[in-house]
Ligand binder design. Structure first.
Ligand code: SF4
Length: 156
């Protein structure tokens, strides 16, 4: 990772690089796309999203018409709103912002994971460490982030 001054757009580029490297290291792993991990009350786990990661999600949402428009469309497209469904999960059971999804959605933490062996946790830890370092520079006042659904509650 580069040191010294780095602009917000460059940080988003760095974040995309971290995600790409993680995807490369987790190549060959997948799951049955049950979307259980997108229903936070089912798993008892909800991704925490840093401001930096949210900026990338927000860019993707902007291309789709904005955060509130996407959330409203996804709410309408599925009658079931319980189980802590992520506002970004669309009616076809797909992530609206898949390419920009945060780290917590990329780690294959559940028992349904399929792949050539055990998920290399060091790859996840490396990505987390890099994102933490970037986030401390991007948003020094709140580098640790907050639960994903809170991003839909607070106007930013
Ligand atoms: S951001 Fe996408 S992958 Fe992550 S929980 Fe929401 S719908 Fe699922």
């Amino acid at each position: 990772m580069r040191r010294g001054s780095i602009s917000p757009p460059d940080m988003l580029g760095e974040l995309a690089r971290v995600y790409a490297e993680l995807d490369r290291r987790l190549d060959g792993f997948g799951c049955d796309a049950s979307t259980d991990c997108c229903h936070f009350e089912r798993t008892g786990r909800e991704p925490w999203v840093t401001d930096l990661e949210w900026s990338l999600v927000a860019k993707a949402l902007g291309r789709l018409g904005g955060r509130d428009a996407v959330a409203a469309k996804n709410r309408r497209s599925l009658p079931l709103v319980g189980e802590g469904r992520c506002p970004l999960l669309d009616g076809d059971g797909r992530c609206s912002v898949y390419e920009a999804r945060p780290l917590g959605c990329r780690t294959f933490f559940c028992e349904r994971v399929q792949g050539p062996g055990r998920v290399p946790r060091d790859a996840v830890r490396d990505a987390l460490r890099e994102i933490q370092t970037l986030s401390e520079r991007f948003s020094p006042a709140s580098p640790t982030g907050r639960p994903l659904r809170q991003r839909f509650e607070a106007k930013r």
